[in-house]
Write a protein that binds this ligand. Structure first.
Ligand code: BT5
Length: 298
């Protein structure tokens, strides 16, 4: 491209709300979809609503913002979502098994990977993209982050266990100039063609509801066959590119581990074998994929 040519942002229309109305809610089994024009953080607002308007916000209530101004990442890091070019969506979960019993809270660590699997299917179906999970909460295409997922606990109702707010930020049509960090990409940049935000949101919510219902049907057991096929644990293992790699893990307290990521345990924690042979199960941290030969960044 000629350097003097202004970079044209792709058309950024609002979401097509007619595709996310009552029919959509009924066929997916969601309890509601609320789309707001602007919000600080969909996760923060949905956590508030889960307590303040508990009767109106049941399992699988969805809050979407056209423009999110104070998106949150883990550890209070910022999540940037240029208006109209990204999706900011939070789903409230009050998970129950087939017997009506609440799911064990130990199973909650599987909701982020469940969302990542759903998004993976949506990206494949809508944009023809092959994506992968980078432990713990990123969806990447060609090693670059197209989405980040963040789960928070929210108030339970009537003495029940806490609810979960599961937030997903998706870079849909950001141009190269708009990417907030060099490790990011967008669906349209990766696909090399425009990707429709509404179609991606619809597909993501459909897939998420399908996986979530199946997971609730097996009472949150990641080792049970899901949807008549592989277990959730093995689906997530297969989709996670961190496994089998040399990694550096930055733990929340500032400690670091370096070694080989060998697998996930039954709670989704990353198993890391340090060079000296010491084994660790890491439930929270940031991972840098290292190149095997020179220890540089991959
Ligand atoms: C995450 O945190 O990746 C979780 C992001 C969750 C965002 C959603 S949007 C809907 C819902 N409402 C919210 O308020 N949040 C959720 P983490 O792994 O900590 O990554 C944050 C880091 O990613 C930042 O420090 C930046 O380096 C980078 N980053 C920020 N914006 C990005 C973007 N749009 N694409 C890729 N990387 C980004």
């Amino acid at each position: 491209m000629d350097h003097d040519t202004p970079v044209q942002a792709p058309a950024r229309g609002p979401l097509d709300r007619s595709r996310l109305g009552a029919d959509f809610v009924a066929h997916t089994g969601l309890s509601k979809v609320l789309i707001v024009d602007e919000i600080g953080s969909t996760n923060t607002e949905l956590m508030r609503l889960a307590g303040a308007e508990a009767e109106e916000w049941g399992d699988l209530g969805v809050l979407v913002a056209e423009n999110q101004t104070q998106g949150q990442g883990r550890l209070h890091r910022p999540w940037e979502s240029p208006s109209g070019a990204s999706l900011a969506v939070s789903i409230l979960l009050r998970p129950h098994g087939p017997s009506g019993r609440p799911l064990p809270t130990q199973s909650y660590s599987w909701f982020s990977p469940l969302a990542a699997l759903a998004l993976r299917e949506a990206l494949a179906g809508v944009a023809g993209l092959e994506s992968a999970l980078k432990w713990p909460n990123d969806v990447v295409v060609g090693g670059l982050k197209v989405s980040g997922i963040l789960a928070h606990l929210a108030p339970g109702v009537h003495g029940e266990p806490p609810a979960v707010v599961l937030g997903t930020g998706i870079n849909v049509s950001l141009t190269k100039d708009e990417l907030p960090v060099p490790t990011a990409t967008s669906a349209s940049l990766a696909a090399g063609r425009p990707v429709d935000r509404t179609s991606l949101l619809v597909a993501y919510l459909e897939e998420f509801a399908r996986y979530y219902r199946a997971f609730c049907a097996v009472h949150g057991n990641a080792d049970a066959a899901l949807l008549g096929g592989q277990t959730l644990l093995s689906r997530v293992q297969d989709a996670t590119i961190t496994l089998g790699r040399r990694v550096r893990v930055e733990l929340p307290g500032g400690r670091r581990l370096e070694g080989r990521a060998t697998g996930l345990d039954g709670h989704g924690a990353l198993q890391v074998v340090e060079d000296g042979g010491e084994r660790h199960a890491v439930s929270a941290g940031d991972v840098v994929h290292l190149r095997p030969a020179d220890g540089g960044y991959a």
